[in-house]
Design a protein around this ligand. Structure first.
Ligand SMILES: *[C@@H]1O[C@H](CO)[C@@H](O)[C@H](O)[C@H]1NC(C)=O
Ligand SMILES: *[C@@H]1O[C@H](CO)[C@@H](O)[C@H](O)[C@H]1NC(C)=O
Ligand SMILES: *[C@@H]1O[C@H](CO)[C@@H](O)[C@H](O)[C@H]1NC(C)=O
Ligand SMILES: *[C@@H]1O[C@H](CO)[C@@H](O)[C@H](O)[C@H]1NC(C)=O
Ligand SMILES: *[C@@H]1O[C@H](CO)[C@@H](O)[C@H](O)[C@H]1NC(C)=O
Ligand SMILES: *[C@@H]1O[C@H](CO)[C@@H](O)[C@H](O)[C@H]1NC(C)=O
Ligand SMILES: *[C@@H]1O[C@H](CO)[C@@H](O)[C@H](O)[C@H]1NC(C)=O
Length: 452
């Protein structure tokens, strides 16, 4: 398919510079080769499979959740390319971090474990089930059961004491952020519920997805124009919002809504509503594109994205591509932007000692002297997404799914709402307090495009 955007034309005009990941989006082999180069650059940061290291952890400054996101990207990598190079380290990590209840709540992470962190691992397990990633050994938790366990433990945390419902950001009362109800936690629950509903055909998940989506809209985390804001504070009953907009929040709701469109096929009225939602979210997400190239609007222009935020474009890319499989009308709406972004991302992968290190900004026509897991993952997801139409699936348990579920997985132990399992240390408090201060600035300032 040809590109029609002026941005793409401008990029093509500057093509031909020596060190860069080469990418011809119309050539399957070229896309696979580019994805492999970029994935190699990402996995270089990981040493959890080496002896003496902990499987599933990235070194500082990467938080635990981002490792879950990275293994999700490697599951996608295998799905798109068929290359098994990193399947073993992926399975090893995905199974090592499940925790005693097999619901992605490992005790080592308790002092900062949010619903969103848990969900990123759960969504990776869900992708593994949908994409028929090789099953774990029989005596280990299975992908579908892991996703169900995350869902079940979070459904228990539905909190209607404030804000009319929703999930809190944090799981444990002693962690700062316990009073915050944010879009990524609630959106990830919605995303997972919809996908579990699609996979298992169990209506209970779909009812939860409906409930969550309605709550998100009612409280204004997603507004009338389908803009998705970061979160709100339940100390003020969610009467004011933190208006930062992050690309992954649009993405996480988009995929869930596309799945809901898919599963409401037998009810034209409801399906039409979901189509409106899907189209609205895509339109709202245009704030993350500049001349068709994806950018993290709240921090990229100032170049002050933190480590987490450096990876958000990966998830908008991932979920936009995935949405086209569930709701085919999405393809024409997102493809021009994704194609331009993939080309621009590949151009940004032209730095470092290896000459193929990816940068933060795709809008500059080259490498911007930054590097990291997030930069590699962003480029990987948008580039490999070029193969979406050639990829098979996603499957459900009626269309070839091979993952074994457990509808009651993950409902014991640590998953009870707010159960403290360890004492917080002074050091942890100080660290997390900074986070709270940032949230407060966001709430009071309300200037979502600027981070002080
Ligand atoms: C760890 O994984 C990397 C990437 O797949 C591989 O190159 C390396 O040999 C592995 N190390 C061990 C000890 O298996
Ligand atoms: C938890 O931390 C201990 C000590 O570092 C380590 O031995 C263990 O493998 C870790 N477990 C997980 C699941 O990360
Ligand atoms: C609050 O949620 C619980 C389920 O978690 C439900 O049983 C209860 O009816 C809800 N209360 C209100 C006021 O919605
Ligand atoms: C808190 O917000 C919810 C949802 O908007 C509303 O139903 C409830 O009445 C509010 N509670 C108070 C005490 O204002
Ligand atoms: C799919 O899962 C649902 C709900 O668990 C079950 O009722 C149904 O029998 C399953 N279908 C197949 C083909 O396994
Ligand atoms: C459907 O999902 C709900 C919620 O997890 C679970 O309680 C119920 O057992 C499931 N039903 C079937 C038939 O699997
Ligand atoms: C729903 O998604 C499945 C999986 O991608 C796909 O095969 C099916 O055609 C979709 N349904 C519709 C109505 O597009």
């Amino acid at each position: 398919m040809r590109l029609h955007t002026t941005a793409a034309a401008a990029l093509l005009a500057t093509a031909g510079i020596t060190n860069a990941v080469e990418l011809n989006i119309d050539d399957e082999e070229s896309v696979k080769q580019a994805a492999k180069t970029i994935a190699y650059g990402m996995v270089k940061y990981y040493s959890g499979n080496e002896s003496g290291q902990v499987p599933g952890l990235l070194p500082q400054p990467y938080y635990w959740w981002e490792a879950g996101a990275m293994f999700g990207a490697l599951i996608d990598y295998w799905y798109y390319t068929g290359d098994e190079t990193w399947n073993d380290i992926t399975s090893q990590a995905m199974l090592f971090q499940t925790g005693p209840e097999a619901n992605y709540m490992p005790p080592n992470q308790t002092k900062s474990l949010g619903n969103d962190d848990q969900a990123f691992w759960g969504m990776a397990a869900m992708s593994a089930a949908e994409q028929k990633f090789p099953n774990p050994p029989d005596d280990q938790p299975q992908w579908l059961a892991l996703a169900q366990a995350v869902f079940n433990s979070q459904a228990l945390r539905w909190n209607n004491e404030t804000c009319g419902g929703g999930l809190k950001w944090q799981i444990f009362t002693f962690n700062n952020g316990y009073n915050y109800k944010n879009s990524i936690s609630n959106g990830a629950f919605f995303n997972l519920a919809a996908r579990l509903g699609f996979y298992t055909k169990n209506e209970t998940y779909l009812e939860w997805a409906d409930t969550m989506f309605e709550w998100t809209r009612a409280i204004g985390l997603m507004d009338q124009n389908y803009l998705v804001y970061d979160g709100s504070d339940d100390n003020i009953n969610c009467t004011n919002l933190n208006h930062y907009q992050w690309s992954y929040n649009a993405g996480v709701y988009l995929l869930g809504a596309a799945v809901m469109w898919n599963v409401t096929e037998d009810n034209p009225t409801r399906q039409a509503e979901w189509e409106t939602h899907v189209r609205g979210i895509i339109k709202g997400a245009s704030v993350f594109f500049k001349d068709s190239i994806m950018y993290e609007v709240a921090c990229e222009p100032q170049m002050n994205c933190n480590t987490d935020q450096q990876s958000f474009k990966a998830y908008l890319s991932r979920w936009m591509a995935a949405s086209t499989k569930f709701a085919p009308f999405v393809y024409d709406l997102v493809t021009p932007n994704l194609q331009a972004s993939a080309q621009a991302a590949a151009q940004s992968c032209s730095g470092g000692d290896d000459g193929v290190t990816c940068g933060t900004r795709w809008t500059t026509g080259g490498w911007d002297n930054t590097w990291g897991v997030g930069q590699q993952m962003n480029a990987l997801e948008v580039v490999q997404g070029m193969l979406i139409q050639k990829a098979s699936g996603p499957v459900s348990n009626e269309t070839g799914g091979i993952s074994r579920g457990d509808p009651s997985a993950g409902t014991g132990g640590d998953s009870a709402p707010g159960t403290p399992t360890s004492q917080i240390t002074t050091g942890d408090k100080a660290g997390a307090g900074i986070l709270t201060a940032v949230i407060l600035i966001g709430l009071l300032g309300g200037a979502w495009w600027m981070i002080a």
